[in-house]
Ligand binder design. Structure first.
Ligand SMILES: *Cc1c(COP(=O)(O)O)cnc(C)c1O
Length: 384
């Protein structure tokens, strides 16, 4: 009890994410990395980009990693590299960051927005099945919040139907399913290294990983103006500029060795949340038994979410909502949902993302739990 009282006076607010401590932990190494970039004067491509690509491929257990400008391009260029475009449908969960559906549209294909499991909020073979048509060419599985769906079933389903399986692993760097790192389950996986992701650059960055030599070469070419591998001045395909730059690669190389440790710290914070949150009225998103989440976000579900979120703000606790408006309710994407999506729609009303970052302290997590428990209790009593 005494310890609690002390904690209450120590913590007066909790940010949603605090990236400063990560940068401070690595200040000396980051300064050295910048110096290397400056001295090499090789700002686009070059050995720093190659080094990171090699390390990232190895980390994901794949043959190739192709660095690109951001996670959205990683998805779009993968689809283009696979020849998926006009006339093709791609199954995408409706409760993802808009970029997943957006990339499908940018590739010229049609997203087909699917419902998700009520407990995990992830795609299942049943919800994918409901969105399949004769035009379906691919499925994009999203490891939302860092959580991993039943990969064995989905891989088998895609194989049986002859559909390309892609992972949008932007939120799940380092997560595993059955002990195997995500990023290695489909034909290719895309990653975002947006600063707030588990492995974040100091700006925009992304990558695709794959074992397919031809696909890797096509994506590399598409991201570099459609350039031929052996000629600076020949452009056999119409590409674009979507390259990973040396500065971002250097930052990512410094951070990569810390990723697993940082994910462990997220897991510890998650355990504290699980122990202290009042499970009767604060429901945590379910995890699949064989999965090991990267815990990018800690999403809980509560009644009267918006009022409680405001009240948390008043006691200094920042929260997020991922995402309050589902993809099929965004104007340009309305026409891409054919089936009812009850689980996505209900979740959008109830979900609340609590503070989660590697350096969040035990006291901060317990402060969030205590305040949230109190607020929910008062609210439940008032509405009873
Ligand atoms: C962040 C994110 C993206 C997009 O990545 P950018 O690097 O911002 O383009 C795509 N999908 C999901 C699920 C994401 O969280």
């Amino acid at each position: 009890m005494r310890a609690h009282a002390a904690d209450r006076t120590a913590v007066t607010g909790v940010p949603f994410v605090d990236l400063t401590a990560m940068s401070q932990e690595l200040a000396v190494e980051l300064d050295a990395a910048w110096l290397r970039v400056r001295e090499q004067s090789s700002f686009i491509g070059g050995s720093l980009v190659e080094n990171f690509e090699n390390d990232w491929a190895a980390y994901c257990g794949r043959k190739h990693a192709v660095g690109v400008a951001n996670g959205t391009d990683a998805l779009e260029l993968t689809l283009r590299g696979l020849g998926i475009g006009a006339g093709d449908e791609v199954v995408v969960p409706a409760n993802t960051f808009i970029a997943t559906a957006e990339a499908v549209v940018s590739a010229g294909a049609t997203p087909r927005l699917a419902d998700v499991d009520a407990g995990t909020l992830l795609l299942t073979t049943e919800t994918i099945e409901a969105a399949i048509t004769p035009r379906t060419a691919a499925i994009i599985v999203v490891e939302l919040f860092g959580n991993v769906p039943r990969m064995n079933e989905i891989v088998e389903f895609a194989r049986a139907r002859g559909l390309a399986l892609l992972e949008d692993a932007a939120q799940a760097q380092g997560a595993t399913w059955g002990g195997i790192r995500i990023g290695s389950f489909g034909v290719a996986a895309s990653f975002s290294f947006y600063p707030g992701k588990n492995l974040g650059a100091f700006g925009d960055a992304g990558a695709v990983v794959t074992d397919d030599d031809d696909l890797a070469a096509r994506i590399r070419s598409l991201a570099d103006h459609g350039r031929a591998a052996d000629s600076k001045h020949l452009h056999p395909i119409a590409g674009r500029n979507s390259r990973l730059d040396a500065l971002q690669a250097a930052v990512l190389s410094v951070k990569l060795p810390r990723l697993d440790g940082w994910n462990d710290r997220r897991r510890t914070a998650m355990e504290t949340y699980r122990r202290h949150l009042d499970a009767r009225s604060i429901r945590m998103v379910k995890l699949e038994p064989w999965s090991r989440s990267a815990h990018h976000l800690n999403v809980v579900r509560i009644n009267d979410r918006d009022a409680i979120r405001e009240a948390l703000k008043d006691v200094g606790i920042e929260t997020g909502i991922h995402y309050p408006v589902a993809c099929h309710e965004q104007e340009p994407y309305r026409r891409y949902a054919r089936e009812p999506l009850p689980n996505v729609e209900l979740a959008a009303q109830e979900i609340l993302s609590l503070p989660m970052f590697p350096h969040i302290s035990d006291e901060q997590v317990r402060y969030v739990c205590e305040r949230l428990n109190e607020l929910v209790e008062v609210h439940d009593a008032a509405s009873a």
